[in-house]
Write a protein that binds this ligand. Structure first.
Ligand SMILES: Cc1cc2nc3c(=O)[nH]c(=O)nc-3n(C[C@H](O)[C@H](O)[C@H](O)COP(=O)(O)OP(=O)(O)OC[C@H]3O[C@@H](n4cnc5c(N)ncnc54)[C@H](O)[C@@H]3O)c2cc1C
Length: 306
């Protein structure tokens, strides 16, 4: 089936307007962002919304900016930011190269030009790259409804494959990421061919406190390890994070963290590979991402990671 079922269409003029439309039309209405997941699903009749609410005009949700939040600063990424915009952002590359790395390997330019950050997270595909990256940086999601905004940690955002905590009459409006000094991050993915969904991917987000040895004795004060497409709970390797926190940023500890990440994920075999291969990738990519995140945190040039 390549033709969607009949549906009504309305263009929202503001966030409040979109929420009013969702409320009025009930659970049979859906918002469309980039449409790269929803429209194919409608063509296959896997989704049959009676009312499609277009949020592409909501420029207020398409901003990337830095804001003060109490004593902290945050990178704020609107839900309608396109993949291409995230990829091209100097602010993102400076503070969280994990997103720049991930965006380089998400789909192709056609998809990246339309697909959005919010659509990616709300689609909640277990193979979707940004969920692990946002979970690893410990971002929070801003969800807006008739009663105003609520804040949910991204680690609690996904409730299962293709399921999130966003209600029928709510919109994901923004992602907020705390910016801390001494941070470094990296996302690595293995794909069967350029532009494909991951066989597996891993990312590392570290905050280091340098010792007196010029970086050789740096301590990990915060660790985030994200895993994609390997059945990791909340898209993270919590045991590896706990192991790393408080210890030195040293190769043998990265190897052990990789072992823990591989041990505690639950990959399944599919057309992209057998489960044991994906488990191996989860471990190896975790080790490599940790090396690069450390090098970036310490300001070392590429190629001198370990
Ligand atoms: C050929 C192809 C290859 C791809 N490869 C990859 C890949 O390698 N890695 C990867 O991570 N992704 C990949 N994608 C997914 C793509 O990157 C998009 O992220 C994805 O399609 C969803 O974003 P969208 O803006 O198109 O969402 P839409 O299709 O518009 O929406 C998806 C779902 O989210 C809901 N939604 C959207 N925005 C909001 C919001 N703000 N609040 C509440 N609900 C919302 C919609 O109602 C719908 O249910 C690929 C897609 C295609 C078509």
């Amino acid at each position: 089936m390549q033709v969607p079922a009949q549906f009504e269409y309305q263009r929202a003029g503001s966030v409040a307007d979109a929420i009013a439309l969702l409320t009025r039309h009930g659970p049979e209405s859906r918002v469309v962002a980039g449409g790269h997941s929803l429209i194919p699903m409608m063509k296959l009749r896997l989704a049959q919304p009676e009312m499609l609410i277009d949020i592409n005009g909501l420029d207020e949700l398409a901003q990337i900016r830095i804001e003060a939040a109490g004593d902290d600063t945050e990178l704020r990424i609107g839900a309608m930011v396109r993949h291409a915009q995230l990829l091209a952002s100097p602010l993102v590359a400076e503070h969280f190269p994990v997103f720049t790395d991930a965006e380089r390997v998400i789909a192709d330019p056609v998809v990246r030009n339309r697909g959005t950050v919010g659509g990616s997270l709300c689609q909640a595909d277990p193979s979707e790259d940004l969920a692990a990256a946002f979970a690893a940086v410990r971002a929070v999601a801003v969800i807006t409804g008739v009663d105003g905004e609520r804040i949910v940690p991204v680690r609690d955002f996904h409730t299962g494959p293709y399921q999130t905590v966003v209600g029928d009459a709510e919109l994901l409006t923004e992602l907020r990421v705390p910016i801390r000094p001494g941070g470094g991050s990296c996302y690595l993915k293995v794909e069967r061919r350029v532009g494909d969904w991951p066989v597996a991917a891993a990312c590392a987000v570290l905050r280091l406190e340098a010792g007196t040895g010029g970086g050789t004795d740096a301590t990990i004060t915060e660790a985030g390890i994200g895993l994609t497409a390997v059945g990791a709970e909340h898209f993270v390797a919590a045991q590896a994070e706990d192991y790393l926190r408080g210890g030195p940023a040293a190769e043998e500890r990265f190897v052990e963290a990789g072992r823990l990440a591989a041990e505690h994920c639950h990959p399944t075999a599919d057309q992209r590979g057998p489960a044991d291969y994906k488990r191996h990738l989860a471990g190896e990519l975790t080790v490599r991402a940790l090396r690069t995140a450390t090098a970036r945190a310490l300001g070392r040039p590429a190629g001198q990671e370990a």
